[in-house]
Design a protein around this ligand. Structure first.
Ligand code: SF4
Length: 363
């Protein structure tokens, strides 16, 4: 069983047990205020202070009466993470943030600015136990799930530091979001809530390596977030070599679930395909992939691999372009995009996130 971080955590610097309000859902925060003898409206005010305004100090929450502000100061924790380091790419406006949790562990988030588009890539777990062979996070092992507050706090810190409105959120950082389902959904709801970050559902993408029961659960949600399925191979034998999770749920099952999602009103599905030199990048692979996705309204994201010190290499430009051309040439219901990751020089690109500080922390 995966351990879910509790809503009340012990502040490592103090012996007092405090309530962590950050990450509580809109309704739970209102209920919590009622339990403290306050009105539900007080919960709405707190929600707006924390997320719309990014305020962590109750002294600044000017429309809340003083006695309750004092109660909040004494009994509640508002910060779940501190910034340990910010690395800026020399090549483009991409920054990687290293955060420290209250229990002394480390996670990363990435801010990618491309014109008016500002995408933030968030982590959902500390490490990952799915062990995809090409991914640096997969080699770290697994420590624990992030709380919804720790997921939300990544975005609050990035927003404060970057000064350009955030337009898109992708749950594609460290960890498998669907193995931390409830906390990820709570965080995504806060990002979507008009009194929170007010981002449209279509601007929030949740990416999975293929946890089939959770994809099926997601299909039945009222939420309309985008679904991304990390495919990375056109057949089960090839996929199982790089993604052990494929031994549990096959490509056909994932495609079936992706198709079902794409048929739901106002839902979008995307298949991601990391292109590894000499492994999954041939013309035959492209044709097989085209056959697999035939007739599905979706986007295919081709991602040339970013080296992370393992055995895999990035294919050359010509191979990448030919792979995309074979797929596009089939003129099917899908759209093909080649996504060139940003921030490679600061190890912030897809598949490169792994906190070396963790090793130091455990040393
Ligand atoms: S690719 Fe995603 S699911 Fe696979 S090991 Fe890395 S973080 Fe985990």
């Amino acid at each position: 069983m995966i351990e879910v971080a509790p809503s009340i955590v012990k502040n490592m610097k103090s012996t007092i047990e405090k309530h962590t309000l950050k990450g509580m859902s809109f309704s739970n925060l209102q209920n919590w205020c009622v339990d403290q003898g306050e009105s539900r409206f007080r919960g709405i005010q707190l929600f707006e202070w924390m997320y719309q305004h990014g305020i962590n100090d109750p002294r600044e929450m000017s429309n809340i009466r003083k006695s309750f502000r004092d109660y909040l100061i004494t009994n509640c924790l508002f910060e779940t993470l501190s910034i340990e380091q910010i690395l800026s790419s020399a090549l483009e406006p991409t920054q990687k943030f290293l955060f420290k949790t209250l229990d002394g562990l480390f996670i990363e988030a990435v801010s990618i600015i491309d014109g008016v588009r500002h995408t933030v890539c968030l982590s959902t777990q500390i490490g990952c136990n799915l062990k995809c062979d090409f991914c640096a996070t997969g080699q770290m092992g697994f420590s624990r799930n992030l709380s919804s507050g720790e997921i939300v706090d990544q975005l609050i810190h990035v927003r404060k530091q970057t000064h350009q409105p955030i337009t898109n959120i992708v749950f594609m950082g460290m960890g498998e979001p669907f193995l931390n389902y409830d906390n990820v959904m709570d965080a995504a709801d806060i990002f979507h809530n008009q009194r929170g970050f007010d981002l449209a559902s279509s601007r929030i993408t949740i990416s999975t390596a293929g946890i089939l029961p959770k994809i099926e659960q997601f299909i039945h949600e009222k939420r309309k977030f985008k679904l991304a399925i990390s495919l990375n191979a056109p057949d089960d034998v090839t996929r199982s070599k790089i993604m052990p999770v494929n031994n549990k749920w096959s490509i056909q099952e994932l495609i079936h679930a992706g198709r079902a999602y794409s048929k739901m009103p106002r839902r979008e599905v995307m298949f991601e395909y990391v292109l590894l030199k000499g492994f999954n990048d041939s013309e035959d692979d492209a044709m097989q992939l085209a056959r697999l996705l035939k007739g599905i309204e979706c986007k295919i994201n081709i991602i040339p691999y970013n080296a992370s010190g393992g055995i895999y290499k990035r294919p050359d430009e010509q191979t990448v372009n030919e792979f995309a051309k074979v797929l596009s040439g089939k003129r099917d219901t899908y759209r093909v995009l080649v996504r060139r990751s940003k921030g490679e020089d600061i190890e912030a690109a897809c598949g490169q996130l792994a906190t070396k500080s963790q090793e130091n922390a455990h040393a």
